[in-house]
Design a protein around this ligand. Structure first.
Ligand SMILES: [Cu+2]
Length: 339
């Protein structure tokens, strides 16, 4: 029995260790900056006249069948299109194998015990009650397995909540009863209101029922985004399974997480916090576009390109610095006034 046990223990340990190999060990977690909560006026957002229509050459991207959406008969986690999502997907499958190995090991031990120590083969029962070695092993080995699993697991959590880079574009998802609003504070602070399409409208656009929306949350692909999540009335939850993103939208709170999309595409999600009668009818549709197309979409919404103004400001500051170096006090004033 001991030999068999040790063999299985070594095998499951080896599996657990193989999990850790290839996982980045960076565990740095920066404190998430406390952000100011802007007040949201639901009346403004609900007013369709206040929302600019998608125009100016932008055409809603056709979704790819099976990408960023549930698939018929699907039983696995959706395919992932973000870095943390891919790590999580790999970890999830690795852990399934660790769990399977441990379950099989315990089952085999049980069957062996039932057979080996059956009554007919053991008329005189054993009176063994302690075995120090085996007790130490079955305490230490599971603890080691948990410790080994904790490394990639905690690393992943820390990575998900890393502070987005300073120049990341900020986008704000606001939950309303029962639709989503998307604000773009870095792009001229306009807000998009996103409502679910009827089955007929979704069919006409070739999109999945109860996931398709009239105005999507458009984001740039391939760059980190600072996604702030809040709500105007009750608690909602912004969740997009294929982007490994789920965060509660709480009134009076600004939750923030790094949001990234590897490649252009349409990714669907749903409100994931029971928020009232039409909770099931406030889907999320994220459309990721290459940066230049994203900028074109922003301009079409009447927004502005982030950084365009900053560059000018930098030039002005440089000319001011040059003037100062030349000892031209007037030049400094002029350059400052030009800003
Ligand atoms: Cu909701």
């Amino acid at each position: 029995m001991k030999t068999l046990g040790f063999h299985r223990i070594v095998a499951s340990l080896a599996l657990a260790f193989s999990l850790v190999i290839g996982t980045p060990a960076a565990m740095a977690q920066d404190a998430i900056e406390a952000a100011q909560l802007e007040s949201v006026d639901p009346a403004d957002a609900a007013n369709p006249d206040a929302v600019s229509e998608g125009s100016g050459g932008y055409e809603a991207m056709a979704p790819t069948e099976g990408k960023g959406m549930p698939i018929p008969g699907g039983w696995d986690v959706q395919a992932q299109y973000s870095e943390t999502g891919e790590t999580a997907y790999t970890l999830h499958h690795g852990l399934i194998w660790v769990m399977a190995a441990i379950s099989v090991f315990v089952l085999v031990l049980m069957l062996y015990t039932v057979f080996r120590f059956r009554q007919s083969a053991n008329p005189v029962p054993s009176k063994t009650s302690h075995n120090t070695l085996i007790e130490v092993v079955w305490t230490v080995v599971p603890a080691l397995i948990l410790l080994v699993i904790a490394v990639p697991s905690i690393t992943l959590i820390a990575k998900q909540y890393e502070t987005p880079p300073k120049d990341a574009i900020t986008i704000k998802a606001i939950g309303y009863q029962w639709y989503w609003g998307y604000a773009y504070p870095d792009n001229g602070d306009f807000e998009i209101v996103s409502n679910m399409l009827s089955a007929e409208e979704a069919d006409a656009r070739g999109e999945p029922h109860q996931l398709a929306v009239d105005n999507r949350m458009v984001v740039p692909a391939g760059v980190p985004i600072r996604l702030q999540v809040t709500a105007a009335d009750v608690i909602h939850s912004f969740a997009v399974p294929s982007l490994w993103f789920k965060m509660d939208a709480v009134p009076g709170r600004l939750n923030e997480r790094i949001f990234e999309v590897d490649e252009p595409g349409v990714y669907y999600g749903q409100c994931s916090e029971l928020c009232g009668a039409r909770h099931g009818y406030m889907p999320i549709a994220v459309e990721a576009l290459p940066m230049d197309e994203y900028n074109a979409w922003v301009l079409a919404q009447g927004g502005s390109i982030k950084g365009a103004g900053d560059d000018l400001a930098v030039e002005d500051a440089e000319s001011a610095a040059d003037a100062a170096a030349a000892g031209d006090a007037e030049g400094v004033t002029e350059a400052a006034a030009a800003e």
